[in-house]
Design a protein around this ligand. Structure first.
Ligand code: CAA
Length: 286
């Protein structure tokens, strides 16, 4: 098992920045890298605000927050942080060509022992592993939104992933206070998104059939089943674009029409109503 002290996160969007923050709070020396300087600044501002909030809420002492702040750096630079990384977690855009280029570059810039993981929920790591010379050290390490809060992390092996790599990322996930969920092989949607999709597809069908309002379907999920959020609220949180693209990717992999995005989801996607991030999804956000 590789001992991890330095973590590099690629991408400072909603997932990347929170994965980086969780790693820094857990004691890892962390760098969050993005190609876009504005995204880097936004992520850093978000982190300072979040750390201050943790102290105000009594979740961290001022000293713990200051230490976490010291341990994390947001940057556009790649070479230096890559050279110091024992583990890279790629949370860049869900495009295969972009990810393959990133993995090839990481393979060149990181030390040979480093594990290269992807946070992708739609692309199994086998699609990027062969862009590197170390496919045994490549796997999925899939966090959930919001990554600072959600405890589960899916670890998905590709056919080359070594036991040592699984042990390394399992240890890191535990050190971050997460619950590892190990998948023995790649399947579209992994485990949690498949469970979520089952509920979402049923909810969309009930709503499309005029059985109940989407607000009432959400109330049933919350107050009859104890889910923290209803399926429509959850789509707004995750992003209707993300939900749509996950479904589209599942269809492209399986070719099975039952995996196609629901027409109501497609309509929201085409209207650009992506949920919280655009101010409108199923619900409105001022
Ligand atoms: N970022 C960081 N922290 C957040 C947050 C955010 N966006 N939203 C809430 N929190 C924190 C709060 O600070 C608070 O922490 P403390 O108790 O330590 O102070 C805690 O979460 C609870 O927050 P609230 O009391 O404000 O709100 P809540 O109790 O309604 O919880 C929630 C909010 C955690 C989002 C909860 O509603 C929930 O668990 N929802 C379900 C989320 C879910 O299912 N996520 C999985 C999505 S699927 C996915 O991500 C995979 C994929 O591939 C698409």
């Amino acid at each position: 098992m590789t001992t991890v002290s330095g973590i590099l996160v690629i991408g400072s969007g909603a997932m990347g920045r929170q994965i980086g923050m969780a790693a820094a709070v857990a004691g890892f020396t962390t760098t969050v890298r993005d190609v876009d300087p504005d995204a880097v600044t936004a992520a850093e501002t978000d982190m300072r605000r979040w750390l201050e909030g943790r102290v105000v809420k009594g979740r961290l002492t001022a000293a713990q927050a200051a230490d976490a702040g010291e341990r994390i750096r947001f940057t556009t630079e790649l070479e230096g942080p890559a050279a110091g990384a024992d583990l890279v977690i790629e949370a860049a855009t869900e495009r295969l060509d972009v990810k393959r280029a990133i993995f090839a570059e990481l393979d060149r810039l990181t030390p040979p022992h480093a594990v290269l993981a992807t946070n992708s929920s739609t692309l199994g790591s086998s699609t990027v592993a062969d862009a590197t010379g170390r496919p045994d050290r490549v796997c999925n390490l899939h966090f959930f939104n919001p990554a600072l809060v959600m405890r589960a992390v899916e670890i998905v092996r590709n056919e080359h992933t070594s036991d040592e790599t699984v042990a390394t990322v399992t240890e890191v996930a535990r050190a971050m206070g997460k619950t590892p969920v190990l998948l023995t092989r790649e399947i579209p949607g992994f485990v949690a998104n498949r469970l979520m999709a089952a509920v979402r597809e049923e909810a969309l069908a009930l709503y499309a059939d005029g059985i109940a309002s989407f607000e009432d379907i959400d109330a049933a999920a919350r107050d009859a089943l104890g889910h923290p959020m209803g399926p429509f609220e959850l789509m707004d949180l995750v992003g209707l674009d993300v939900s749509y693209l996950i479904r589209r990717a599942a269809f492209e992999q399986s070719g099975d029409p039952k995996d196609l995005p629901h027409p109501l989801l497609t309509a929201k996607y085409e209207a650009g109503e992506f949920g919280r991030k655009t101010g409108k999804g199923w619900y409105g956000y001022a």
